[in-house]
Design a protein around this ligand. Sequence first.
Ligand SMILES: Nc1ncnc2c1ncn2[C@@H]1O[C@H](COP(=O)(O)OP(=O)(O)OP(=O)(O)O)[C@@H](O)[C@H]1O
Length: 242
Amino acid sequence: MTGASFLQVQGASRHFGGLRAVDAVSFDVAPGEIVSIIGPNGAGKTTLFNLLTGQLPPSSGKILFRGQDIGPLRPNERARLGFGRTFQISQTLTSLSVLENGMVGAFLHHRSLPAAAARAAEALELVGLAKRAGHRAGDLTLGERRRLEVARALAMEPQIVLLDEVMAGLNQTEVQDIIEMVHTLNAGGVAFLVIEHNLKVVRAFSRRVIVMNRGKLLREGSAEDVLSDPEVIEAYVGKRRA
Ligand SMILES: Nc1ncnc2c1ncn2[C@@H]1O[C@H](COP(=O)(O)OP(=O)(O)OP(=O)(O)O)[C@@H](O)[C@H]1O
């Protein structure tokens, strides 16, 4: 399989009334790649994720996964194909145990309780939360909760995981831990598409960066080139300072 035939976004657009939240965005992701998406608030990053995972239908454009047009597929069908994601606003089920939260993901492919529990336990092990399996999810620290969200996505046995600002509010040690965790998972073959505001994290994460601004793809290239581009600095850093 060529890189281009893993995930292909072709002219994807989503309009809300007159607002072009995502405006004719095209890019490819190769198998096993980590690609970061940056851009100022309101650039359209989360809306793009919603188009990829099927939470929102596109106004126009196509998304192909392994050559298949996934436009007609609902979110659970896309998850079955291999899309996992975390959300900007935590989706942790706080009254359930850590293991049970993982099982919510595992039920996608496993019907029986023991099989789902076993898959969830594996996912918790991968994110370093195995020791917390029996705890109430509501008792986890913010950093642990973020790991749990990744574990729930992993329990769905994804080929690509979409991380939406997974570092927000974490301290430096927790950020470092999650960077290491993502690299370990990536070495195991999982691709990542990452919305991230922290440019140090972007540099640590990925060779390739996509910059969005006002719904459009402003730049795409190596982290080194993109993050030193004056137009990107103006659009991204300038606005965030403002
Ligand atoms: N359901 C919706 N209805 C109307 N407008 C929406 C909806 N969802 C998003 N928008 C608008 O679309 C634009 C893009 O929003 P989006 O959340 O995708 O940006 P973002 O780049 O993820 O921003 P942030 O970094 O703040 O999360 C914004 O102007 C937002 O207000």
